[in-house]
Design a protein around this ligand. Structure first.
Ligand code: G3I
Length: 365
């Protein structure tokens, strides 16, 4: 649980936590939070504690999001940089802000092949002891307790292109413990948080084409097997990283997949929605329009599935996207993946999200 010291620590960030009155820097659109709520859904987004020093962004975040997820400050590389020495400070600043603004909080992520501290993989391969992740799960869930009611327990464990018959990703977790590490992680999370929503989070099931078909098949096989073994998975997190100029949405394949996942008794969360607008024309207007269209077509199918309970975007504004590569800068490209631009002005993608929440089909917009 959060100790008094921890809360005092987070409170030291208090000047960052109040939401200042908004600059009139965005269209007078309904908030994403209100539009989603009108459909019985929760909208939220990823954020990082350093972003809360930006008063304008803080105000927009407080207006738009009903749910927060740390973009990286609950990952093991940030929480446990040295073995056994935990630093929850960044996550606690985000949690204090969420509490102050009446937002819920999601936890991301407890077991992943990436964003681990440098000491972990060697320790896992040498000791081959499941406590190297089950103890971490218990420690982190125990620290936040009921303040974090939903967790991405295992992230991105599926990768059909690694050629395994079960479609799982070859990682140091899998190579050391075999596929059962996933089951053990969920059982450890359930033991630590009997009431929490336990989520398997991944990407690759969203768009059309043979690669995504293989991903959907492998994900379904994994979820069916896990449910049959009594693994306590409550929901599938579909990350929702879309492309504005690639394969596009196969409405039938996506709709069928969502129906089959919900047929397993699982809820579905869209956990990391954004739209990669590279690879198309250079102009901002056509890129923004294509990104909005891609999101609209995806959400039209997704929001028709009653098992979908929430949509989170992987950030709220382009302001905090990683800077473009030198090659991209040479072409003048700067990513525009999120609902608000770098000046916190609503983009067509924002309107597409609102219209989707309000039930206006893509064709009617
Ligand atoms: O650690 C520093 C911190 O000290 C500093 O204050 C801060 C601001 O400059 O940056 C921090 O650095 C990096 C951080 O991104 C912010 O840019 C972290 O070292 C780096 O690991 C982190 O990368 C994150 C990445 O996952 C790996 O964790 C990205 O923000 C995040 O967008 C990305 O998100 C992943 C999801 O977790 C899983 N799905 C795919 C998604 C996109 O790759």
């Amino acid at each position: 649980m959060l100790s008094r010291r921890h809360v005092v620590g987070a409170a030291a960030a208090l000047p960052f936590l109040s939401a200042s009155p908004l600059r009139p820097a965005f269209d007078e659109m309904p908030s994403l939070r209100a539009a989603a709520a009108s459909r019985g859904l929760r909208y939220g987004c990823a954020a990082a504690s350093y972003q809360l020093r930006d008063a304008d962004f803080r105000g927009l975040l407080a207006r738009e999001a009903a749910l927060l997820v740390p973009e990286y400050e609950m990952k093991r590389s940030t929480l446990e940089p040295q073995r056994g020495n935990y630093d929850f400070s960044g996550a606690e600043v985000l949690l204090a802000f969420a509490r102050m603004q009446g937002m819920a909080m999601r936890g991301h992520t407890l077991v992943w092949y990436a964003s681990n501290p440098p000491w972990l993989e060697d320790a896992v391969r040498a000791r081959r002891d499941e406590r190297l992740f089950t103890d971490h799960i218990a420690r982190v869930i125990g620290h936040f307790g009921k303040a974090v009611p939903s967790w991405d327990v295992v992230n991105e464990a599926i990768w059909p292109e690694h050629g395994r018959s079960d479609g799982l990703r070859r990682s140091f977790w899998l190579e050391t413990f075999g596929p059962s590490y996933i089951d053990s992680a969920f059982h450890a999370a359930r033991a630590a948080a009997p009431q929490a929503q336990l989520v398997y989070n991944d990407w690759g099931c969203e768009e059309g084409g043979a690669r995504h078909d293989r991903f959907r098949s492998a994900t379904l096989n994994f979820l069916e097997g896990a449910k049959a073994r009594g693994v306590p998975i409550d929901a599938l997190g579909m990350q929702g990283h879309l492309s504005a100029f690639a394969a596009g949405i196969d409405a039938k394949a996506l709709g069928r997949f969502l129906a089959e996942v919900s047929g397993l008794g699982l809820a579905i969360l869209i956990t990391e929605l954004d739209v990669d607008d590279s690879g198309g024309p250079a102009g901002v207007a056509p890129r923004d329009a294509a990104a909005a269209d891609a999101a609209a077509r995806f959400l039209d199918i997704v929001l028709d599935c009653p098992a979908v309970t929430g949509v989170l975007s992987w950030g709220l504004s382009d302001r905090y996207l990683e800077p473009p590569s030198w090659r991209q800068r040479l072409s003048g490209y700067s990513p525009r993946r999120l609902p608000f631009d770098r000046d916190l002005v609503a983009k067509p993608l924002n309107r597409a999200l609102i219209h989707a929440f309000e039930g206006k089909p893509a064709s009617a917009r």
